[in-house]
Structure formats: C-alpha cells, structure tokens
Write a protein of this length. Structure first.
Length: 456
C-alpha cells in the first residue's frame, strides 16, 4: 500500500487478521482468527465489491459520466457505492427495507445518497419490495445504472481477486475452514473458490438464518417457500437465490437464531474488544454450534463483515433487546405456554381465499385472529375487530380475497421469550405474537387471552 493514497478508494482492502481468545477458549480446538473488514473506509467488506462493480460497469459502458447509481441494499453495499460515487462524481439512489437500522440509513444520507425505505415482509416480485422499486427506478431515471449486487458477478470476482488472496497470505496457506455469513453470496463464493483452488481440502461453511432458504436448498435442491418468514438478523439470509451464491463452493450451511446472533454480537464487543456488526454475531454463534467438528490442528477464519456502530439502536441497545425478548429474564416463558397446551400451533389461510372463508375458519376454531400467507409464506394477519369494521362498512367485501383487508403480520419471537415480555408486545393494534420453536421447526400463536389465563 502507498504511504499516501491519492483518494479514499486506494485504502480499501488489506484488512487485519485477529485471533479470537476468550469466546472460543476451551470450547473450540484449534485456532480461530477473524478477518476484520471493519477497517475498510466504509467500515464493511462491501467496499471491495462496490468499487469492482462500478469499475466493471464503466468499462462496459453501462455507467456513464454524471450518471446515477441505483441499488437495493441493506446498507453496507450502499455505503461502498456512495463512497465510490463521491470520488467518481456519480449520484446515488438506494432502496432498503424497514428492517434495517436507522444508523445505516442515516450513514447513506451522510454521503448525499437518496434513500427510499420499503416494506420487508413482501415477496421480491411484489412492486413494493426494495428489489422491485430499485428495478423500476432504473427504468425511470435517465442515465442510470443498477448495481444489482445479488446477480452481478463482479461481486464475487472482487473477493476472488482480493479477499481470498489476503486470507491465504495472512494464514501462510494454513487455513482449514472458512466461516462466512451468506447474503448476496459474493464473499463466500469468491473467497471460497479462491481458497479451494489453492487447497481443495479447505471447508467452506456458510451461516444462514431461520427464515431464509439457503440451507434447505443446499441440502435438498428444493426451493421451499415454507422456509421463508420474517427475521431480525441483518446482512445474511435471503428469500430467493442470488446468482452470486455458488452452492458448489459451499460445503455446509448452519442456521443461527436471531436471539443467538444478537447475544453473540454483544459478546464479541465485551469479551474480545471488537466492535462488529450483527452478521459477525451470527458467524461466531454458528461457529460455536459447529464446535464438535474441529480438531486442535485446524485454523479457522471467520469474516466479520461490518462495524458495530450501525447497530447501536438494536443489538447494542438494552431496551431493544428486552423488547425482542433477547435478554434473559426469570419466570414463565413462551415455551411453558406451549407445553401447557394454552398456546396452539399456528393455523393460517392463503391470501387468495375469500373473506367469508376466513370468517368460517375463524368460527370453526373459535379464533379471534388468524395469520395470512402467500404461497405458504406469512405476509399478514386479520383480527375480528378489523374484520367486523370492514364487513359493516361494506358487506360485499366478503367475496373479496382476504389479503385485500389484511393487517401487518404478527411479530415473531423465540420460544424462550418470557411471558412478561410477551405481554408488552400484545396490544390492541397487535393482538397476537407468533412463537417459533427452531428445534422442532413449529410455529405457535399466543394471544391476549393465553397470557391472561397464565397471569391469573
């Protein structure tokens, strides 16, 4: 690296490798190292591929001087694109989801980007999704180019040419395992391909999240929409298959719960002094789940994608952690409600079914609310108060699809969530909570009446 860089783009890459000490001590044999991508100018690994995608687009004539860069991003790719755009003289318009932290959105705006926030719990093909909105903008905005990090293979090429060689050199070729959170797939596919070309024995393990399709697709070849439901973890998992995910490179996927990822994110800061983001927590939690697969001779590299400052309002905020049921409390939990039979397994209706069918189903089971799915994916809900108001306002609505009057989907919580916290999440506007048991892969619904019976 030059002593003095001509611009900020020249200091991308060359990030340090650091040994993990306390978290893995006595639990994982071998050596655990983390590749700290937080040292990039945009504090994430996405800087690498953002520059590569832009420069490749320039070479192909897709991005012209004074043009506008458009992208759907969870924040980090947008940051890399925005920094590059400042240096090269482009404008940026980004779409993101309402799941992303406020810090990420504010950071993008700090670089002069326009940010459009879209709903999370819609299909990628839905015109409201951040994928669809970005594609529409590319057609509407003159002299624009969509980076398309999911399917743009310049993404994985950037990691094949930079991140992979760095890891090989920093470990003197001794690396035996690579552990990476998988979102767009560019990092794990590019780095994994490079490392396997150097040594085919290296194991490449991807960290997935519950609510994502990657793990089951890798193991069965089946794209199962039943695997898709809302989750909190940021930066990993998807509800579609990006072209950058090369499943032939990835040896195994390990799923990690939102709660375990959030708690580990905090542990990394407090036990290792490393301020890393949510996907780092997922990766380390996944590593710990896989601890029985390692030997004393192994050298494991975990990639930490981004910086903890982007999660100050979430994983590093005690109130937010309590609200989500991630901080442990004593007392009865959702698991106790399920075990006692007070909470029933989730019953849902497809959004294309009629309102009167929903009424009949709710009456048969004596439900005051019901979840609504689209292709078996949870997308909304309906409670009897709202249903009553709609029918009184227009009786003809009974023949319409139930999705035309549905309300937002009920929130998901882990089955270990204390009842005390569940009671604060159940409100007039949100009359039920969905409880997920990740070990049995079952979902249960807990209502106000369930909590009342327990408290009494």
């Amino acid at each position: 690296m030059k002593k003095i860089a001509d611009n900020i783009l020249e200091v991308i890459g060359g990030t340090p490798m650091v040994r993990i000490n306390r978290i893995t001590k006595g639990k994982i044999p071998g050596t655990v190292l983390v590749k700290l991508e937080t040292f990039n100018p945009g504090n994430s690994i996405k800087d690498r591929m953002a520059v590569r995608m832009i420069e490749d687009a320039e070479k192909r004539g897709l991005l012209k001087p004074g043009g506008t860069i458009i992208e759907g991003t969870s924040g980090n790719t947008g940051m890399g694109l925005a920094i590059t755009a400042v240096v090269k003289g482009y404008k940026c318009i980004f779409t993101t989801t309402d799941k992303q932290s406020k810090e990420k959105v504010d950071a993008l705006k700090a670089f002069g980007a326009e940010v459009i926030v879209c709903p999370t719990n819609v299909d990628p093909e839905d015109p409201r999704s951040y994928y669809s909105v970005s594609s529409r903008l590319e057609k509407e905005v003159p002299n624009s180019w969509k980076a398309n990090q999911y399917d743009n293979l310049s993404n994985s090429a950037a990691h094949y040419e930079s991140t992979g060689p760095e890891i090989w050199e920093q470990t003197d070729g001794r690396i035996t395992h690579l552990v990476v959170g998988v979102g767009t797939g560019g990092t794990i596919s590019g780095v994994g391909r490079y490392l396997k070309e150097k040594n085919p024995k290296i194991k490449v393990w991807g960290i997935d999240t519950y609510g994502s399709v990657f793990k089951k697709y890798k193991e069965t070849g089946v794209f199962d929409k039943n695997e898709i439901y809302p989750y909190i973890t940021e930066g990993i998992g998807e509800d579609f298959l990006p072209k950058n995910v090369d499943f032939s490179v990835i040896d195994h996927f390990e799923k990690v719960t939102d709660k375990d990822a959030a708690l580990m994110t905090r542990r990394i800061a407090r036990e290792e002094g490393i301020f890393a983001g949510n996907s780092a927590g997922s990766a380390m939690a996944g590593l710990m789940q896989l601890r029985d697969r390692f030997t004393a001779d192994d050298l494991i590299v975990v990639i930490f994608h981004d910086h903890g400052s982007r999660y100050l309002g979430k994983m590093f905020n005690d109130d937010w952690m309590r609200e989500k049921g991630f901080l442990e409390k004593t007392g009865m939990t959702a698991r106790d409600l399920v075990a006692s039979g007070l909470s029933g397994e989730l019953l849902a209706i497809e959004g294309g079914e009629s309102v009167e069918t929903a009424v009949r189903l709710m009456s048969q089971h004596d439900f005051s609310q019901i979840s609504i799915t689209r292709d078996k994916r949870l997308v909304g809900s309906l409670n009897e108060s709202h249903l009553y108001a709609e029918l009184v306002g227009d009786a003809a609505i009974k023949t319409q699809p139930v999705e035309t009057i549905m309300q937002p989907a009920f929130p998901f919580v882990d089955i270990s969530t204390p009842v005390e916290l569940l009671s604060t999440m159940i409100t007039p506007a949100n009359p039920a909570v969905l409880v997920r048991d990740f070990k049995t892969e079952k979902t249960f619904i807990i209502t106000r009446s369930d909590v009342i019976r327990v408290l009494c």
